[in-house]
Design a protein around this ligand. Sequence first.
Ligand code: BG6
Length: 491
Amino acid sequence: MAFPQNFLWGGATAANQYEGGYKEGGRGLSTQDVRTAGSRTKKRTVTYTDTAGNLKEATRFEPMGKGSKGIIADGFYYPSHTAVDFYHRYKEDIALFAEMGFRCFRMSISWTRLFPLGTEEMPNAEGIRFYTDVFNELKKYSIEPLVTLNHFDLPLYLANEKCGWTDRKTIDCFVRYCETCFERFKGLVKYWKTFNEINCMLDWNKLGIVSDDPQELYQALHHVFVASALAVKAGHRIDPENKIGMMIAYGAVYPLDCHPDNYLNYLHSLQNIQWYCDVQCRGYYPAYKLKEFERNHIQIVMEEDDEKILREGTVDFIGFSYYFSSVTKAGMEVKMTGDQSQDVPNPYLTKNDWGWQIDPVGLRSVLIELYGRYQKPLWIVENGFGGIDTPEKQITDGKETLAIHDPYRIDYLKKHIAEMKKAVEIDGVDLIGYTPWGCIDLISAGTGEMRKRYGFIYVDRDDEGNGTLNRYRKDSFYWYQNVIRTNGEEL
Ligand code: BG6
């Protein structure tokens, strides 16, 4: 058997795209709650007021300017508010995951459900109760939770009133929140990740930053690195059983051809992604990044202990998302932005409807690359096919239901798992788990749509928020169930 017996098969979600209940149970607002819906051609925006009180919209990388405050405005649709309602339907969903045979379930905790403003000393009891119930429900089916402590959502109060991660005090707020999770959910959760896709955080939604000045962006990110390392240390102290990982968006990258300049650019593109792993796995900023800071007159302000904290707070494993690969050529920078359409097409690959180049072999290359470089256990915490499903009405046992035939999704996953298998069996990679993204249909992070579906479970909900929210098993549900049952032997 290629995969170890205890291999963690499962699926992945995130609170801001899945949970909903945005005003229930004492939850506070997060930066994701002021993000509108978009589409492949229309970018999502944040609604905010400027210092003069004018209502404005900004796309992800447009700086909002000092004094701006994210707000919920009339006449806009905000998909995170209800999302697909895990908040009220977690028992039904977890039962479906158990039916598929999940051994693990990746979810995130909504920071503002525990600390509505982010600054409180004590957590919101209703929030603690909700997650305790969820973890107990998972336990009932022997499903291990994998918890992301921060998946792109920052308390809106911290963003609006404290400039988010630009303010070093946000570190204390985050660490208090993490310590609370480690203490209150001790014995229920063992696998954690600090920040989702840390290489995709350079915007207001994640950092609460209103400027695009690299000095300010990197300083805020430095605070995130320190907060992550402190959280790792706290997690180990509170329960030595805890395994705490980092998380990065990591697609395969190729040079356009063997022209030496293209190859050199490819190496630099890799560094552009890998430096995040270097900091979190090795415990220090790599020399090439420090040189870049120096060239660009960026000075990271560090407190006396920061270097020590980074060294002591290295992670136990690397979690990464893998969806596509990219091609780079001299003069071009490859950025993992999560919603990129690949600028240089790869003639050997096909694309999904959102322009993402499908590349299963690239996944094997990435596994070899990451394991070779860091020698830490790896976990593919996101992978999957975002596509449009066409449900068909059918009558089963006299009841009307929906059938969803999704051979394209099965094909994508089958080919990626086959490559994972080779990486384990032939290349000796220590791969501990696989949690494909959006195991149940949820809101797209990049576009805010519902129509970009990844799930094994179909959710009746459309891009405008209409639908019953009822759940239906897709063909891929039964296919994945068999993959797990045979521990990846039958694909
Ligand atoms: C990753 C994120 O970037 O990719 C998820 O961690 C996201 O939150 C996923 O949903 C897929 O991207 P999208 O834009 O198709 O939802």
